[in-house]
Write a protein that binds this ligand. Structure first.
Ligand SMILES: [Mg+2]
Length: 219
């Protein structure tokens, strides 16, 4: 079936933080008078709190575990600001999305709290870049749950067999998209190995140059 819709992941696919995530986390905990938190502990709590409006529950769990009196709201806000200041587009990302929109319906499906993910899009100037944006914080479940993929495809009025998902994470993006019946393009960092289930793979810094050609081969 010809491709009519292309759906992107955001973090580490179209945009990356310019600074190490641990440095950003350290800056936020210092600003909010909170104890230091490891990136691993943060990611663990993030996975347990995927469907929320804000990052406050993620930090509330971490601060409670450590017996800290610091405000999870203040920490979530400091972290959001630090992330937004650090985020930069992948080379050519914005142009490739604009170009693809002439040929395909183009959506974004991103995991995380609504406020956090929309704040990133605003900071990048991408609030209107896509035909539709679905943030899983507003849904019952995040990727790789098939309902997340179905929601964005409904908004794009496309069947799974007519759609391609483009993302960096083998488990949530590639396996999630394939499980939901889409084709999947795996976006790789420098050391990344292509996921066996992906229909195609490309290096992140080649995304702007090579994605259109890969998609046209699917037709
Ligand atoms: Mg990602």
């Amino acid at each position: 079936m010809p491709v009519v819709a292309v759906v992107f992941d955001l973090d580490y696919t179209l945009a990356i933080p310019e600074r190490e995530r641990q440095v950003i986390l350290d800056e936020a905990t210092a600003a909010a008078d909170a104890p230091s938190l490891s990136r691993e502990a943060y990611l663990d709590s993030h996975r347990r709190n995927l469907t929320n409006e804000t990052r406050t529950p993620i930090f509330a769990d971490l601060l409670t575990d450590r017996g800290s009196e610091a405000s999870p709201e203040a920490l979530a806000s400091a972290y959001r600001g630090a992330i937004e200041r650090a985020l930069v587009p992948v080379p050519g990302a914005e142009k490739v999305v604009r170009d693809l929109r002439r040929e395909y319906r183009v959506g974004l499906l991103t995991d995380g709290p609504v406020l956090a993910q929309e704040g990133k899009l605003d900071a990048l100037g991408w609030a209107d870049l896509f035909d539709t944006v679905v943030v899983t914080g507003a849904l019952a479940a995040g990727k790789p749950d098939q309902r997340a993929f179905r929601t964005v495809l409904d908004e794009l009025d496309a069947d799974p067999a007519e759609a391609v998902y483009v993302g960096d994470n083998a488990d949530t993006d590639v396996h999630g998209a394939k499980g939901a019946g889409l084709r999947a393009v795996h976006v790789l960092d420098h050391e990344g190995e292509p996921c066996q289930r992906a229909d195609a793979a490309l290096a992140r810094d080649r995304l702007g140059k090579e994605l259109s050609g890969i998609l046209s081969e699917f037709d």
